[in-house]
Write a protein that binds this ligand. Structure first.
Ligand code: MN
Length: 264
């Protein structure tokens, strides 16, 4: 029996012209037919936002090296929805997002358009993998992440993924030969210090700038944060169910069910 050549959709949150997207496309072309549908502009930290109150446009676009792709006026999640439900209906076997220049570790995943786009794939029922380079403001090196994306894509195409689950991949910003290994990790804790800067514009009016590349990392064993700190590739399975199961029983003891809807 001959296997069908896999069809892979890629998108990102950095826009269709991003170098990381091109690196991903070139690498995954060794695995299957790669279809590119990415936002027409920078959409980093757009989280899982979707476009409901304006038209969504899809246009022919050029990638970083001039090769053809599609761009959309929508968010990363919109790109996945448009592609899987309309543009390439029933055709896509795998969605890979990235390669994001900047880590998506710990709580970053809730802000990340890269991770959210992979989640959108899982919601629709297609395996989703998000790939980021932990470059933390330095010049991103995409080679190791691209090579690992090829390795992982081949595996996921065979193994599939559990329902409502994506793989969040972070790769150290190192040459391939300097990577120490691969760890399967849990989502770590990673908080930002000094998130808001108060500034003055040239007219003397106050404005605010959200920042936060100063991360306070707790290096707990087995976490994504620790794996990256140890120069290992981190692969974290993330589930769409955000229920705090440990809190379920505790909150249940508060007497919340004592609320009387009849108003007495
Ligand atoms: Mn980004």
């Amino acid at each position: 029996m001959t296997r069908k050549t896999p069809d892979i959709l890629i998108t990102n949150d950095d826009g269709v012209h991003a170098e990381g997207l091109l690196a991903l496309k070139n690498a995954l072309s060794r695995v299957g037919n790669v279809h590119v549908v990415a936002p027409d502009r920078q959409r980093s930290a757009s989280g899982h936002s979707i476009t409901l109150h304006e038209p969504l446009r899809v246009n022919r676009a050029r990638m970083h090296d001039g090769s053809p792709a599609f761009s959309s006026s929508g968010t990363p999640s919109d790109c996945v929805t448009l592609s899987l439900l309309e543009l390439f209906r029933k055709k896509i076997d795998l969605v890979v997002t990235g390669i994001n220049p900047g880590q998506n570790l710990g709580i970053d995943v809730t802000y990340s358009g890269t991770v959210s786009a992979a989640m959108e794939a899982a919601i629709i029922g297609v395996p989703g993998v998000a790939v980021s380079v932990a470059s933390n403001g330095e010049e991103p090196l995409y080679e190791a992440a691209a090579e690992f994306a090829v390795f992982l894509a081949r595996l996921v195409l065979v193994k599939k993924l559990p329902k409502d689950t994506i793989l969040n991949v972070n790769v150290p910003n190192l040459p391939l030969c300097k990577i120490e290994g691969v760890e399967i990790t849990s989502q770590g804790t990673r908080r930002y210090a000094g998130r808001v800067e108060r500034r003055k514009d040239p007219q003397g009016r106050e404005y605010f700038w959200l920042g936060g590349d100063v991360a306070v990392d707790k290096l707990e064993d087995g976490t994504d944060v620790k794996a990256i700190a140890e120069n290992c590739i981190s692969v974290t399975p993330l589930h769409l169910d955000l229920t705090g199961y440990e809190a379920l029983a505790k909150v249940n003891t508060w007497g919340i069910d004592g609320f009387d809807p009849s108003g007495k």
